[in-house]
Design a protein around this ligand. Structure first.
Ligand SMILES: [Zn+2]
Length: 74
């Protein structure tokens, strides 16, 4: 059986190297050494603070569950 694919290839967690703003809410500041969510968009990356990342992940979990339901329903 083939190895399971993933629809979530473009996201990972990394560490802030230099203080910058969160790309979802500009008033959120990420400090050097903070964990952050890294999203690859084309050739660039967008970085989100933990608070925003958790909200986005929760929303994506709901979306994935809905897609799962849609595939399984008749
Ligand atoms: Zn944020």
């Amino acid at each position: 059986m083939p190895r399971p694919k993933s629809f979530l290839k473009k996201v990972s967690v990394d560490m802030t190297l230099k203080s910058h703003k969160c790309q979802h809410v500009k008033t959120h500041i990420l400090n050097q050494g903070d964990k952050r969510m890294k999203l690859t968009v084309g050739r660039t990356h967008e970085h989100f603070c933990i608070e925003c990342a958790i909200k986005i992940i929760d929303s994506d979990i709901a979306k994935l569950k809905a897609l799962r339901e849609a595939l399984l329903s008749e």
